[in-house]
Write a protein that binds this ligand. Structure first.
Ligand code: URA
Length: 282
């Protein structure tokens, strides 16, 4: 609940002092009843406030958050099974935000939350092919043939996945650590892609999405996106920059290579050792 004069000021009607004068002059109504005295409080999403018969509403503050989601949280606003939700991790944010897309219950990593419906639509719409990078720890050793299959696309739920970028980062106690970048957002896609090749994902973490990188954000913590990060996201779907270019422009080695004049650009493709581990050129 907020005092009426503050509500009017938040709507840009006048300053708080000026709004008091407007109230006193009998020009303001709450839910159809004229209010001409001070002390009335209103609730933003429930009460209808008018000035001279015209409804006024405060400009909504748009909020953009990046969370490092731990495993064991559902990516929903509420859960009928009473499991912990990602909203529990951002409860200190007063604004009504919601997750952009989904990460599985067991998946960790980069999750965006916002109250900007337009941006949510653009990031999640399949037509925009927004790039997402994951680090997967999978059982067993992965051979070059499996890497090639994942890169070219495997059949998941009766449909072949789009080409992906895949590289082996190394061996772990659980098996093999692999980085995979996909341009789709199908349900449990990464897990199902590995399953299609006979591998089980033991741990999955999203490290990048739409050109944003998780960086060193601690597990379970959130941060606000910078203005330039938000501006970059707002270009998605406008045809100005593709999400693929954005990602590389901000963080990737590939971008540095692309910015060089054409004749100076190295022609070599990345080399892979027998076990598919990426080797540097020099
Ligand atoms: N792919 C998955 O399998 N799980 C996720 O949470 C995200 C992508």
């Amino acid at each position: 609940m907020v005092r009426l004069q503050k509500y009017l000021a938040d709507c840009g009607v006048a300053s708080r002092r000026g709004s008091e004068e407007i109230i006193k002059s009998g020009r303001v109504a709450v839910n159809g009843e004229t209010v001409a005295e001070m002390g009335v409080k209103v609730e933003e999403d429930r009460d209808v406030v008018t000035v001279d018969g015209e409804e006024v509403r405060p400009a909504r503050k748009l909020v953009y958050i990046m969370l490092n989601k731990p495993a064991g949280f559902v990516t929903t606003v509420s859960d009928d099974k009473e499991r912990d939700t990602v909203m529990d991790l951002v409860s200190d944010i007063p604004d009504r935000i919601y997750p952009v897309g989904r990460l599985d219950y067991e998946t960790e990593g980069l999750l965006l939350l916002t109250n900007d419906g337009d941006l949510t639509y653009r990031i999640t719409h399949p037509k925009n092919n927004v790039e997402k990078t994951y680090i997967a720890e999978v059982t067993g050793k992965i051979d070059m043939q499996t890497i090639t299959r994942l890169r070219n696309g495997v059949v998941v739920d009766g449909r072949r996945t789009a080409p992906a970028e895949v590289s082996v980062l190394g061996a772990t106690q659980l098996g093999t650590k692999i980085e995979i970048t996909i341009h789709e957002g199908r349900n449990r896609q990464v897990r199902k892609m590995f399953e299609a090749t006979g591998c089980i994902v033991k741990r999955l973490k999203r490290t990048r999405e739409a050109g944003l990188a998780l960086g060193h954000l601690p597990l379970g913590k959130w941060r606000r996106l910078s203005e330039s990060e938000v501006n970059m996201l707002k270009k998605i779907g406008t045809g100005k920059v593709s999400s693929r270019e954005k990602s590389h422009d901000m963080y990737g080695e590939k971008a540095a290579k692309r910015r060089r004049p054409a004749q100076a650009r190295p022609k070599k493709k990345p080399r892979y050792s027998g076990n598919g581990i990426k080797k540097t050129h020099r």
